[in-house]
Design a protein around this ligand. Structure first.
Ligand code: HPA
Ligand code: ZN
Length: 331
């Protein structure tokens, strides 16, 4: 099973680049940029990575991201993630980033997106990993701030394919961002949104109806709503599920309680992703492995998850078919 997990061509569709900042690089950048950390060692920092909910994680994630300052820092962050993808058989990535974390502390938007985009272009050239970038808005901030961020991003329009919505879910429903998402769609951008991670099913309905998303990030709460489940199945609406994130943030008490395989068997287009791999205990292969260990996952289910990851991507039909053909003959 492990060898097959690594060997299958896979796409990763839900990963926050700032969440791939490993403690080693975090310390290195803090030293280079002369930023004083609240932790005296890598070991001490790792010990702080224990969370009871999403907000506790976000508080540490935003602090960690402060060590990212220059265009090269964003390049190095993205490049390290792509090297890991190469190790694990990931052939296509659609990572997101949170520009407001950086611009709100005075970092130039261009430095952020140019560093990331340059690494993604190099990944395509030298690692054969294709990619589309997603610009995410922080939902705990105002819609006005999201609109300003979108305006700031327009000179870099060719560097991103979609907009997303992340950060503290409870109390910040998708409807709060209706106008900025409409504007993004008018510009030809695709849309995705975190919904139904900690928040209620109502937020998933809103993401579909008001934000007109092409995918739901997380969405695991949908399982409790039969009408919503039927809609997800009928529309083949992808969910980008993140098993290790869900157990680390206590969305599920244990991996054996995770509903991803039940959703898969019902015909929902679920995919496996790492969310914030440096904080939640591993990259995409670790997420597949965690499922294979805790649940009776069959090879057929594993292959369907890999196929779903390609089908749910923003790749064109021909590229999708090429990857899927390889999945079918692998193993
Ligand atoms: N949920 C919401 N916002 C986030 C997450 C997440 O899992 N990771 C980084 N930002
Ligand atoms: Zn996420």
């Amino acid at each position: 099973m492990k060898a097959l997990i690594y060997a299958l061509p896979k796409a990763e569709l839900h990963i926050h680049l700032e969440g791939s900042l490993e403690p080693e690089l975090l310390f290195k950048l803090a030293e280079k940029n002369q930023i004083k950390l609240a932790y005296s060692s890598i070991g001490e920092l790792r010990k702080a990575y224990r969370f009871d909910n999403l907000q506790q994680f976000l508080d540490i994630y935003y602090l960690g991201a402060e060590v990212l300052q220059t265009e090269q820092d964003f390049y190095d962050l993205t490049w390290a993630y792509l090297l890991q993808c190469k190790e694990e058989g990931v052939v296509h990535v659609e990572p997101c980033f949170d520009p407001q974390i950086h611009t709100d502390r005075g970092i130039d938007f261009g430095s952020v997106i140019n560093g990331i985009s340059r690494a993604l272009a190099d990944g395509e050239k030298t690692l054969a990993i294709s990619s589309f970038l997603i610009l995410a808005f922080l939902r705990h901030l105002s819609e006005e701030s999201a609109l300003q961020t979108l305006a700031q991003a327009l000179p870099y329009r060719e560097h991103f394919k979609a907009v997303g919505l992340d950060s503290s879910e409870l109390g910040h429903p998708p409807e709060k961002f209706k106008t900025v998402f409409a504007k993004a769609r008018q510009l030809g951008l695709l849309t995705v949104a975190h919904a139904g991670e900690e928040g209620p099913v109502e937020y998933i309905w809103q993401a579909l109806d008001l934000l007109k998303v092409a995918r739901i990030d997380h969405g695991v709460k949908a399982f409790a709503d039969q009408a919503l489940m039927q809609r997800l199945i009928d529309e083949q609406m992808p969910l980008t599920v993140c098993p290790l994130s869900n157990t680390k943030l206590k969305v599920f008490a244990s991996m054996s309680e995770h509903n991803i395989l039940q959703m898969l068997d019902r015909g929902v287009k679920v995919t496996v992703n790492s969310d914030d791999p440096a904080y939640f205990g591993g990259y995409i292969a670790a997420n597949y492995m965690a499922l294979a260990t805790a649940l009776p996952m069959t090879i057929k289910q594993l292959k369907q998850l890999a196929i779903n990851s390609i089908e749910a991507s923003f790749l064109d039909a021909e590229s999708k078919q090429q990857h899927i053909d390889k999945i079918i003959i692998t193993g």
